[in-house]
Structures are given as C-alpha cells and as structure tokens.
Design a protein around this ligand. Sequence first.
Ligand code: HEM
Length: 491
Amino acid sequence: MWLLVFLFVLLLFLYIYFIKYKYWENRGVPGPKPLPLIGNMGVSLIGKKNLSEIYADIYHKYEDCPFVGIYRMSQPCLLIRDPEIIKNVLIKDFNHFTDNDIVVYEDLDPLLSHNTFILKGEPWKRARQFMTPNFASGKIKSIFPLAENVSKNLVKYLEKQGHTAIDAKDAFTKYSCDLVAVCAFGIEGNSFVDPNAEFLTLARKFVTPGTSLQGIKLTLALLMPQLIKAKLAPKSFDEGMIELTNNTLKYRTDNNIERNDFFGAMARTPSILPIEIAAHMANLLIDGFESSSTVLTFVLYELAVNPECQTKLRNEVHSVLKKNEENFTYEAMQDMVYLDACVREALRVHPGLAQLSRVCTEQYTMTSSGNDFRNISVTVEKGTVIIIPLLGLQRDPKYFPSPDKFVPERFLDKTEANKNVYMPFGSGPRMCIGSRFGLLQVKIGIAQMIRNFEITLNEKTIYPMKYDPIYFTLYPKGGVWFNCKKIKVAE
Ligand code: HEM
C-alpha cells in the first residue's frame, strides 16, 4: 500500500517537474525556475512575503520582457509587463479575457458566489448592469450628507480616545461599516458606540482569517480551487446577512417604507428573491467596507510619516472650507485637489488589490509592442490565468521616478496618471464598479481627520511598513497605530 502511494507521489512529481514545468520553456516564454510542486510561490507559502510582492519581484527582475511565464504551484500563468498588452487584455480584446480568476462554489458559498467580482459570463453581465446605476455620480452626490454625518461620528470617536494609541483598522472598519449601513440599508450602524453592533459584527466575521493556518488554507484554496474546495465566507456571515435582509424587508413592508437607497432599488426589482437581495447586499458590504478601510489606513500612514504633506493638506482643507463658510459640501470636496492627489498617490504606492487577474476565455495571440521590450509572441490557450502585477507597475521608476516615495504632487500634474500602468481600480469592462463610492468614503474621512487632528504614528506601528503575508490583498503587518492631537477648528 505505502509503496503504491510512494510511486503515485513520485510519478506526480516527475510529471509536474518534467512535463508541466516545461510549459513556458516549450513556448519560448522566459520566466523564473519553478521549485518542485510549489512553482514560484515558495516565499508566500512559508509566510515570508505577500503574494503581490512575489509578483512585483518577478516584474522587476524581467525588465525587457513583455510577459513572463510563471507557475502558481503547478499551474502555468502569464504575468504581463508591457502596458500595450495590458491595455489589449483589459480593454481592446476584453472578449478573450472576460473572467476574473477566482472560483467560488455555489453549493458552499450561496451568497459570495453571486458577487459581481466572482460571477462569470452572462450572469456577470446581468449583475453588473443591475448594480451599475447605484454608483452613478448623481447617486453618490445624493448620499454625501449621510457620509458627512458618519465622518462627524468618526471625529467624535477619535476625540474620546484621548492619548491612547488608535488602531486604524478598528477605527476605519467602524467608519466604513456605518457608511455602508446607512447608504445601502438605510439603517444606523452604531459601530462607534456599540461594540456588538450588528453590521460591524457581520463585517468582522467576513474578514477575520482566524488562525494563520486558516489564512494559509484560504490562500491555498484561492490558488488551487480545483484541488482545495473550501468555503470562503464563514457560515455565520451568510446566516447573519440573510437574517438582516429578511428583517429589513419585513420592517419596510410592515411600515410602508419606500426608500431610494441600494436596498430599496433591489427590493423593487420584479421577481427578485430574498436570497438574491441578501447576495447583492453582501456584495455591497464586502466590497464596500474592506477596500475603503484599507485605503484609509494607507493614506493615514503616509500622511503621518510625511508631516509636510499633512500640513499642506490641512491648509488646503481649511482654506476651501473657509471659502465655503465652513460648510463641508460635495462641491467643497471637489475643490480639494491636494486631497485628491494624496489619495491617488497612496493608492499608487499601496494598491490594496495589488494584482489584477483575468482568465483567457478564448485563444489569443499575444505579441510584444516592441517599445522597450524584447520581440516575442505567444499563443495563449483558453484557461490560462493572466496576472497584471499592479504593485510592480506602480513602483516602476520608468513610470514613477523615486517610486517608493510618497509624492502627491505627481498627481497634480495629470500626465503622471498613465492609464495602462496606474490602475488601482482596475480597467476596462471589469473595472471597479464602486470607485466613486470608495473615493468618497476615503476623502471625506481623511479631510475630517486632518481638519480636526494632528496625526502622528504611534510606536506600536512597524516602521518602515511591511505587508502582512497572510492576507490575499495588501495590508500593513501589525496594523497601523496612530495618535491624534485635537486642533481647534471653526464650526
Ligand atoms: C477605495 C476603495 C476601492 C478600491 C481600491 C477598489 C479596487 C478594485 C479593483 C482593483 C477591482 C478589480 C478591477 C479589475 O479587475 O479590473 C475592483 C473590482 C470591484 N469592486 Fe472595487 N475597489 C474599491 C471600492 C469598492 C466599493 C466601495 C465597491 C462597492 C460598494 C466596490 C465594488 C467592486 C466590484 C463589484 C468589483 C467587481 C467588478 C467586476 O468584476 O465587474 N469596490 N475594485
């Protein structure tokens, strides 16, 4: 028996090593040498580096290559470096690359499997069309007063913390949860005052990976979904979301409440099932709070370690508000151009989702643009995973001089915003649907904090920042801890 197992493992090993790992070599595509079974993912699996950093390292190493062949465990993937090819994959030839590279099993994850990011083909098109009107600029403008109210609660909460070190993740999770609760469900989140608030508890259930072992299991399930079939959203999250949806539906029907928020729009859709509403609302909660609270953390970190930028931003916020009789309005926020530049620059240095990925859905011939890149081409087979290493591209000195430095001024000169290189919200038909909503959350939160407090980094923060290897996205290891010193402001 053991001999048979041993022979099987040996044959599998030989097959992967001598046949599978020749995939890119046979097609003339350059790339790093894979290690047996783990391919090029080694340092990520032993918890030394975040996956995005591995892709960025490969990006920087193969300077003259338009694309690089890599192995995610035993799976051949193509990492694209040439901005012209990136544009073709994401926009021009999108019909060859329509799907994101993530597999979720409907029987295990009934809510998550309906997420727009995860859906494929026709169901994705329908969900995207259904969700898009909720994020139009008019809608975002109309929710501004609600968002401003939540940002005032953030200020009050920070005032109460006195001299204690504040955990950015904790404060911003509360802030983003309350924002999504009021804008999407039309309910008060109460996260700042009630540690067991319903919405906050639900959100925390979704994002906490638990032990490192569970974190590694989830990463493996995301990397090898065919081999490791795991439920990604905790069961208690699904149950809580369904209960919240049913309660909100019942409350609105019983009290004849017609609201023009996200929930109202879903509930008015003909023949929609409660489970579908719950799935879309889970979509909003997951996409809406986690990404925005992470971006807030990165912006705050950069402003804390670059006090001259913080002062410049504070001067701008004060002077715009002074002209506006101290009223924080949607229009006033549009005038804060340095605020916009700070947020965009933080998104360049630390793109939360640091790689875009697509699956080739129709065979495609990929050829180097020739601009600074070696002249090679390859036929990409259906099913091949394409990786666009945002962290590498956005930290390439060729496109952004002194790339590791936080220099918001580069975004005051719009020519820096190179579209096929700088893409923190992705690009093409699958670009982030909620970028306006996310930017609104981040900008209003940062403006209020900088207006009211002087922010410094607390010594509990790991400096310089390291990314946590256990997360799939980028997040600072150990978190960001900061101190707030109140500034007297005109009301
Ligand atoms: C500031 C925070 C945010 C950042 C940095 C961000 C970033 C991204 C990125 C990089 C993608 C992948 C795009 C691609 O593959 O081309 C994405 C997709 C998506 N995002 Fe965001 N996002 C943010 C906020 C939000 C918010 C607030 C929502 C909704 C409430 C949202 C909803 C979505 C959805 C539904 C998709 C999938 C789109 C599709 O596949 O069609 N995001 N986001």
